[in-house]
Structures are given as C-alpha cells and as structure tokens.
Ligand binder design. Structure first.
Ligand code: SF4
Ligand code: SF4
Length: 327
C-alpha cells in the first residue's frame, strides 16, 4: 500500500479504471468489487462521460463505500455545468462525498477557471475531498501543475508511451498523487501482467488503473509484481516497440492543428475503443458527438510532416471513417 500523493489515503497500486463497467451488468460489477476487496484493491476511477459506469458502481458499492477511494471526473467547461456534474456524480454513486474529482482532459489550461471554481467550492462544502486533473497532453499538465491547486494528475503511461516520465517526475516533486491511465496502451498490449510490471517498476507512479470488466481480470492484474525483467520479457517489450513504432498513436498532439479541425489523437482513441474493447456503441456515440469527424479529412498530409512517429494519418482517417460508417 502507498499514500496517494499527500491525500493521506493509502491505496493499492492497482485500481479499477471504470470504462469497461459500461458493458457489464450489475452482477459482474458486484463481483469485480468483491474481488477487489479480497485483494485490498481500493482505488476506483470513473467519469461522467462513461454513461452508466457511475450508477453501476454506486449500486455495487452500497454498504462498503468507505472501503474505497472513489474518483470521478467531468469535462464540464463552465462553473454551472461543473457544479451540476458534481451533484449528478454524487447521486449516481449514491454517496455523500467523492474522494477526488478531476477536470477531465481540458484542452486548454486557460479555460478551466469556471469549472475549477466549482470544484474548489465543492471541496470546501465537503462534497469532494481532493481535486485532480487528467490529460493526454504533457504540456497542458505541466502548465496545470504550476497553478499549485491540483492534488492528483492522471496521464497515459505504458511501455509504448513513455512520454509521461517527465510529467510524473515533476508531479512527484510537488507531492501530487500520480495515476496512470491507458496502462495497456488502449488495448494494444495484450500481456497485461508484463504491462503492469513495467509501470510498477517506476517509483514515481502511485496507482495504475487498467480497465477491468470481470472478476477474473481483477485476479489476473492483482498478480502483477514489480521486479527485474526476465530476458524474454525485455525482448518482448523491445519487439513490440519496434513493430508498432509506425502504427501506434502516442497521443502527443504534435500533428495538430489539422487545417480541417480534426482532433486526430481523439479519433485514434475512439478507433481503439471500437476495435480493441467491446465498447462499439459507446465509441460510436462519442465519435458521433465530435463536431469534426474523419470524413472532413482532405488528405493534405500536413499532419504527417509533424508526426514524430511517421503515422500514415490520412490513410488512417479513411479507415476510421469506414469503421464508423458501417456501425
Ligand atoms: S491529412 Fe487529414 S487529418 Fe491530416 S492535416 Fe490534412 S485534413 Fe487534417
Ligand atoms: S498521430 Fe502522431 S503526432 Fe498525432 S498524436 Fe498520434 S503520435 Fe502524436
């Protein structure tokens, strides 16, 4: 067990990422929570954006809420909408407090004043206990940390995406709680225990939140251990890095802005939810909610000249368009 930043809460280094909860029923969610309790896994992360994930967790946690550190988050962009989202999360989760409420992936740190004010008021009122921020952009998180108001940060990190090293070092220096999302690189890495072992070996990480949709996944993940790599594990990591080098989107955002306004890394993320997780309906809904979609791509390839990983973005946009058109 380890303290999450300076929250005073001791947590197991492996927690629950709440995205897959959306595709399983209440019995499965109860079994996941049962298995977590057995292994003292006590960190749960969900979000307003994960459809019924908060509600299912609220039902499954009935009578044992206080055994868990519960985190949720909202993409609200105004004071009023954030205030309302905190109330909705509390109601869905059937609790009187949320341990950490996070600004969910704000695109620009200059736009967070209103929602942050709402969270600070909610903390003062005892509705939430800590304020965090999640992001896919290290630049945004580095800026956010300068404000000195956040108590946790959440960023992608895995053996294919190590651009978070710098962010996690800076966060630890400030005593912030560090939460790793996308430990399996959005489902690209199939060897879960090896992926978690890689992250557990980083002393700057407090908790990893793999998405778990069954109690057997909890059992599998709780067995992950830190320690030295076996030669075959090192070879496997290296071969995956090499084979996926020009295929895997690191969500760095260097390809932006697209002259057509396409949010390239976000579309790649939805593609992953659709193709590698069983979340087709949710991915389709999120894709449909985008103002600019893959069909807006004119094939100019400006983005490709900026992508440090040489991804064939214009071709991938055609593929994404096809995937979501046939849904
Ligand atoms: S190729 Fe498509 S995605 Fe890339 S910059 Fe041009 S319009 Fe945008
Ligand atoms: S497409 Fe390339 S530049 Fe754009 S976010 Fe992905 S890895 Fe980064």
């Amino acid at each position: 067990m380890k303290e999450l930043g300076k929250t005073g809460f001791l947590i197991h280094p492996i927690g629950l990422g709440g995205i897959p909860i959306q595709r399983v029923g209440i019995q499965a969610v109860k079994q996941i929570i049962d298995a977590m309790e057995v292994h003292q896994m006590n960190f749960i992360d969900t979000a307003r954006a994960y459809t019924n994930s908060e509600s299912l967790l609220g039902d499954a946690l009935f009578g044992r809420r206080e055994h868990f550190f519960l985190a949720s988050k909202s993409m609200a962009k105004t004071y009023e909408s954030m205030k309302k989202d905190v109330e909705t999360s509390l109601s869905n989760l059937k609790t009187t407090w949320i341990d950490c409420y996070q600004l969910h992936n704000p695109r620009n740190i200059n736009d967070i004043e209103g929602p942050l004010k709402a969270l600070m008021e909610a903390r003062k009122a005892g509705l939430i206990r800590h304020i965090g921020i999640t992001n896919h952009s290290k630049e945004v998180l580095m800026e956010a940390m300068k404000l000195g108001v956040f108590e946790t940060i959440q960023f992608p990190y895995n053996f294919l995406e190590s651009q978070g090293e710098e962010v996690f070092i800076a966060a630890k220096r400030q005593g912030l709680g560090t939460i790793v999302m996308k430990p399996l690189a959005g489902g690209v890495i199939e060897n879960g225990p090896l992926a978690l072992k890689y992250i557990l070996n980083n002393p700057n990480i407090d908790v990893i939140i793999p998405g778990m949709g069954s109690s057997s996944e909890v059992e599998q993940n709780q067995g992950a251990r830190l320690g030295a790599y076996l030669p075959e594990e090192e070879a496997l990591i290296e071969s995956m890095r090499t084979s996926l080098k020009e295929e895997f989107c690191h969500r760095c955002g260097y390809c932006l802005p697209c002259p057509q306004g396409i949010d390239i890394p976000v579309l790649f993320t939805f593609e992953g939810y659709h193709e590698r997780y069983e979340l087709k309906a949710w991915a389709k809904e999120r894709y449909a909610s985008m103002k600019v979609r893959a069909d807006a791509c004119i094939g100019c390839r400006v983005c490709e000249t900026r992508c440090p990983y040489h991804l064939q973005i214009s071709l991938r946009m055609k593929r994404i368009q096809k995937i979501f058109e046939k849904c």
